[in-house]
Ligand binder design. Structure first.
Ligand code: SF4
Length: 293
């Protein structure tokens, strides 16, 4: 049996940076340290941050004192202003790539473009971007919603940084049919694109593929959808405790991958569990290789 770990799986640059900033903030500030929402969409990392006295809060009203960290997804200018009016320290850990998208949306809004964003309207990054468009951006999730938009002379389209490239391209094609002059900005970040490519390549070469990550992580959900399109035996788990014999049954090659918020330890733990808990169940498969590809 072979276990192959997808290249580029695990924490992305923006998440690593936000975690580093959070730890530095905890080490240098006295008083309470909060994050506005979960810093990362991963339950194990959130528990670890709580143990280090860094707690998530969901509502601004809950904040009275201490320091608040803005997570990598960023926030709208309106929420930023509300934060600065509180008597608290504000530390901005917005990913620089998301900042760039925010500036793009701001400038497109100033030049009076109709802005379409292909993304999830409930995701914090998108809520922030809607704020930078002064509430004017139209959010679509797929090609079908693009097809339902009216004909228009001019539009600009961009994507949530963790969008599935295949879905974005389909939405852009649909928009081209109903827009005379369409400006297309592929704002899917490089880290997301390389991760999606590695996982889809792996899905075409293994018998079973397990994606590890938080169920509320947008980019991990996208990885799951991408892999499932290629390999029906794709499974989505939050922790290696959820691995079952059915996921491994009959598979000679097992793939493992994780989203931008999945720590490397979670993938190593999955390897360990497959080895110690399941290998003996499969006759003649007492030896196995682990590699990254
Ligand atoms: S997925 Fe990309 S844009 Fe989002 S935080 Fe990570 S590096 Fe930044």
């Amino acid at each position: 049996m072979e276990i192959i770990i997808a290249k580029n799986s695990g924490l992305c640059y923006g998440v690593k940076r936000a975690l580093r900033i959070a730890k530095e903030t905890r080490n240098t500030k006295t008083g309470k340290v909060f994050t506005l929402g979960d810093l990362v969409h991963n339950p194990q990392i959130i528990d670890d941050l709580k143990r280090n006295d860094i707690s998530p809060v969901e509502k601004l009203e809950e904040l009275m004192e201490g320091t608040i960290i803005i997570r990598s997804h960023g926030i709208s200018p309106e929420i930023y202003n509300q934060l600065t009016q509180k008597k608290m320290g504000v530390v901005d850990a917005t990913c620089p790539i998301v900042k760039k998208i925010q500036r793009l949306v701001e400038s497109l809004t100033k030049s009076k473009n109709e802005i379409i964003i292909v993304g999830n309207k409930e995701h914090p990054e998108i809520k922030g971007l809607i704020g930078y468009s002064q509430g004017k951006a139209i959010i679509i999730e797929n090609e079908l919603q693009a097809k339902n938009l009216p004909q228009k002379k001019k539009r600009a389209v961009l994507a949530q940084s963790t969008q599935d490239l295949f879905l974005f391209e389909k939405a852009v094609l649909a928009l081209l049919e109903r827009t005379k002059e369409l400006r297309v900005f592929n704002t899917i970040c490089k880290s997301t694109q390389t991760r999606q490519k590695s996982t889809s390549e792996l899905a075409s070469r293994v018998d079973s593929l397990i994606i590890i990550g938080g169920k509320n992580s947008s980019n991990t959900n996208k990885l799951y959808e991408i892999s499932k399109r290629i390999l029906p035996r794709t499974y989505f788990i939050e922790s290696s405790e959820q691995i079952t014999p059915e996921m491994l049954e009959g598979a000679q090659k097992i793939g493992l991958s994780g989203g931008a918020s999945t720590p490397p330890e979670a993938i190593q733990e999955a390897v360990h569990i497959i080895k110690t808990r399941f290998m003996h169940k499969f006759k003649g498969r007492n030896e196995f290789n682990v590699r990254v590809n």
